[in-house]
Ligand binder design. Sequence first.
Ligand code: ATP
Length: 137
Amino acid sequence: MEQTFVMVKPDGVKRGLIGPIITRFEQKGFVLAAIQLRSIDRALAERHYGELKEKPFFGELVQYLTSGPVCAMIWQGEHAVENARSIIGKTNPVEAAPGTIRGDFALDIAGNIVHGSDSLASAEREIELFFGGAVAA
Ligand code: ATP
C-alpha cells in the first residue's frame, strides 16, 4: 500500500492544528503508520527542501521550518501521495479551495501549515530522511 510523508509545520503546531489535520486524514480513510513531534535543525530543513535552494524565499523557508517543533507523519492508503495533496490543497492558501486543509486553516503561502510529498519519489526520500525508511502500518 502506498505511503506518503506529511508534516504539520511549526505554525500549524503552534496553532493547535495537529488534531484537526490528523482528523482530516483519518476521515479520508488514511491509516497512520508513524508520527513524531520533533524539532528540525537547519541541515535537515535544507535537505528536505533541497530542490528549492535557488528560490529567493529559501532562507525564509528554512527559518520558518526551524522556528519550532513540527509533527512528522507517514500516512498510508490507496494513491496516498495524490490523495494527501488533494486534501491539503494548493500551495498558496489564496488559491486553496475551501474544504482543503490550507483552504480552511491558512492565509499566506509563507505560513501554509502543512507539507505533503509531491510524488512517490519525494515520499520515499522524505520518509527515509525523517523516519529512516518505510514503517509498517
Ligand atoms: P510543500 O512542499 O510544503 O508541501 P508545495 O509542494 O505545495 O509545498 P513548493 O513549491 O514545493 O510547494 O514550496 C514549498 C514550500 O515553500 C511551500 O509550502 C511554502 O511554505 C514555501 N513557499 C513556496 N513559495 C513561496 C513563496 N513565494 N514565498 C514564501 N514561501 C514560499
